[in-house]
Design a protein around this ligand. Structure first.
Ligand code: GLA
Ligand code: GLA
Length: 729
């Protein structure tokens, strides 16, 4: 992993440069010039202090090849700056002008069937095209020269969601680049043959010139999973290279302004390996769009938990979210009363110091006209715009109270996320095509909330050794080094919880042999004290066969019954010191010859332990498991938090709260000031007692008369409520 660039955060145009950034994508090129003045009037009304500008404006900046027109952009930036609104200026390369494609159709990507993608949308370019890169870098340099000294431009917004539309390119440029990438990675062709297991199906490669992209291979379509996984990595790397080239071109001319690019972290997608990207930006930013339904807040918090880890505990930027509905799903629900403000402040609660939307003014034309915005079609006399103003005020209140720059308190547990495992679980060569690493991370995250505890989500590649517990949900890919880190963590007192379908293959998608889960040549099995030989896969395909199996969990408040519906590792032996916490039983288990087979186990390892969850469980059952596990003394229980680390205290404080409440804490660097954020995860009103500190924000909350003898204040949190309090020690 490359060293991380130093953290640099864009200053606002406020007297001291500080404050929570608030605004959105601003696309004045879609409107006549007089609308800009009206926009600025409304931005001031809404307390907007930042906009992301010119993201899709290449054709306006360079209407014909080599002809740059900055006048319109200068005029917009001058007016914004004079109104105290800082500009996060785009490199403007996310959508190229049509003249470029007319002149150079060879820059267009090619799909896996060999069809050239057409121009007319965005990111219709090959990340590996030298021709496109030349045009893009020329534009970057022109922008950098023109705006390097502009005091209102306070950050560079590179590209936009790199890889959204050109993540998978199968062009000849990509082929040449993939061959070169493989040669850099493997050095010798023997190493590649070995890694890819090319002895299978006559795939031996004689030289790097014979390496193929995983283009469409006919109806069978069973691509070598090692080749596919490398192609995923390659695509990530090519886009990261492209980003770096753009950043470096600007930085050579304009080194003083911080760089970012908007990630796409939400638990429905995993485009890039952002654990790598986070090292290459000065501050991390994200685009997050809400999930409809009961997972709304939990999903947001889970995505943000990963963002917070990517930001290495430092503040991060919400570059885009929506005031209400989007327009790109089959059905697009709007937000309910209070959700606009609650969602935004929930991001702050999870560590964000910037709240921005796509987009400022709702488009009248084009593909996104029915996507909500800060100024809706209805205009300023609207619920949405009033909500936008209310949010602006709330963010100013939080800024004035000193939230900006405080850091999110760490949890005790880290759920480990791996982009590689997410890509790998999509392979069609596994025992089940229903594996989904990211969704399992989300389920575990929600489960911890339901069990009254908040977890962090941390990239597998990062350092998670200071946590008490790590959880690996469907982390299919584990290298020998990963297995060693897990074993060392357990040996020194940590608890490692290993989910089903974890640690089955190495980084080359080569199966670990000798029994499941075999990562590290059996090291993971040693940590867990179990050995499995087969997998039992349930589903609706086997006519008449039972589709769910019961297991009885011992511990906690007595035995309880859980159900598995997809995957059971057939554990055939356990170590003498392994405790079986749950075993399969009942008629379905007997039918599948699993009666009495260990399903969930716990095994001491050094000072710590390995817990194996050899089957899938739904969230409610996982919550029961977490409760039962918290009754099992763990190696580090009672260990003091490390100096300077806020870990432990806050997580413990959250315990005992109604699990319908999501509780987070942000603490100042000197530890003197803490902000507690309380949000209602449920639809019903929830009572919260024992709240210390002064209330800063109480949105959809009502104070309750305090009971005599009770310490702290009490509130009722209504639906979509958020309460923020400040405590100065
Ligand atoms: C077919 C093929 C074999 C193998 C099996 C797997 O029968 O001939 O090579 O792929 O399917 O079931
Ligand atoms: C992404 C893009 C924006 C816009 C929004 C719509 O986040 O970056 O340009 O298309 O989606 O939700």
């Amino acid at each position: 992993m490359t060293t991380r660039r130093p953290f640099r955060w864009p200053a606002l145009l406020t007297p001291n440069g500080r404050g929570i950034a608030y605004g959105g994508d601003y696309n004045p090129d879609q409107w006549p010039d007089e609308v800009v003045d009206d926009d600025i009037r409304l931005m001031r009304e809404a307390h907007v202090n930042t906009v992301a500008l010119a993201i899709f404006s290449w054709d306006r900046i360079e209407p014909r090849e080599g002809e740059y027109t900055f006048d319109w952009l200068d005029s917009v930036i001058d007016r914004l700056g004079a109104a105290g609104i800082a500009v996060d200026l785009a490199s403007a390369t996310a959508a190229a002008p049509l003249w470029l494609y007319e002149r150079h159709p060879e820059v267009l990507p090619v799909d896996k069937y060999g069809h050239t993608v057409n121009a007319g949308s965005r990111q219709s370019w090959q990340p590996t095209s030298p021709v496109f890169k030349e045009y893009a870098l020329r534009l970057c340099r022109a922008l950098a020269e023109h705006y390097k000294d502009n005091p209102y431009v306070t950050a560079w917004h590179m590209g936009n969601e790199y890889g959204w539309n050109n993540r998978y390119d199968y062009s000849d440029n990509a082929l040449a680049a993939f061959r070169a990438w493989c040669e850099r990675k493997y050095r010798t062709i023997d190493a590649l043959n070995d890694a890819w297991g090319t002895a299978f199906w006559s795939q031996h490669v004689n030289s790097f010139n014979e390496v193929l992209l995983p283009r469409h291979m006919g109806g069978d379509a069973m691509v070598n999973p090692a080749q596919q996984l490398d192609y995923e990595r390659f695509g990530n790397d090519m886009l990261l290279d492209f980003y770096r080239a753009e950043r470096d071109a600007i930085e050579a001319i304009c080194p003083d302004k911080p760089f970012t690019t908007n990630f796409m972290v939400s638990t429905d997608q995993c485009c890039m390996d952002y654990a790598q990207w986070a090292s290459e930006v000065d501050f991390v930013s994200n685009d997050h769009y809400f999930h409809e339904g009961e997972s709304h807040l939990d999903e947001l918090a889970c995505s943000d938990a990963l963002m917070s880890s990517l930001a290495a505990g430092r503040p991060w930027y919400v570059m885009e979210h929506s005031t209400s509905a989007v327009q790109w799903k089959p059905l697009n629900a709007r937000k309910r009363h209070g959700e606009l403000l609650r969602d935004s402040l929930a991001h702050v609660a999870l560590g964000a110091d910037a709240i921005n939307f796509f987009q400022w003014r709702q488009s009248a034309s084009g593909a996104e006209a029915f996507h909500s915005a800060m100024v809706p079609h209805a205009g300023e006399d609207s619920k949405v715009f009033r909500g936008v103003c209310e949010l602006g005020e709330a963010l100013e209140t939080l800024s004035a109270a000193g939230v900006q720059g405080t850091e999110l308190e760490r949890a005790d547990t880290a759920i480990l996320f791996s982009a590689e495992s997410e890509w790998a679980t999509r392979s069609q060569t596994l025992p089940s095509m229903r594996l989904n690493h990211w969704h399992d991370v989300r389920d575990w995250y929600r489960t911890f909330l339901e069990a009254g505890e908040r977890a962090d989500v941390v990239p597998l590649a990062y350092d998670w050794s200071a946590y008490r517990t790590v959880v690996l949900p469907t982390v299919l890919v584990l290298s020998a080094a990963d297995a060693r880190r897990l074993a060392d963590f357990a040996a020194s007192g940590g608890r490692v919880v290993v989910g089903y379908a974890t640690g089955l293959v190495d980084e080359h998608f080569r199966t670990w042999l000798g029994g499941y889960p075999g990562a590290g040549d059996g090291l993971l099995r040693e940590v867990l004290g179990v050995r499995g030989e087969e997998f039992n896969i349930l589903g609706d395909t086997g006519e008449g066969d039972p589709t769910e199996i019961a297991l009885t969990l011992q511990g906690g408040a007595g035995a309880c019954e859980l159900t598995t519906r997809l995957w059971q590792t057939d554990v055939t032996s356990t170590a003498p010191d392994t405790t079986v916490l749950a075993a399969y039983h009942g008629p379905a288990a007997a039918d599948w010859e699993l009666g009495g087979t260990p399903a969930i186990t716990c095994h001491p390892y050094g000072e710590g332990e390995g817990v194996y969850v050899g089957c899938d469980l739904d969230r409610h059952d996982l919550a029961r498991l977490i409760t039962a596990l918290s009754a099992v003394p763990e190696g580090r229980a009672g260990a003091a938090p490390e100096p300077g680390m806020a870990a432990g205290a806050g997580a413990a404080a959250s315990r005992g709260l109604d699990p319908s409440i999501l509780h987070t804490v942000r603490v100042s660097a000197d530890g003197a000031t803490r902000f507690d954020f309380y949000m209602n995860r449920s639809k019903r009103a929830v009572e919260l007692e024992g709240v210390s500190g002064e209330p800063i924000i109480a949105h959809q909350c009502d104070p309750l008369p305090s009971h005599s003898g009770q310490s702290g204040a009490a509130y009722t949190l209504g639906r979509n409520a958020i309460l923020v309090t400040r405590l100065v020690r």
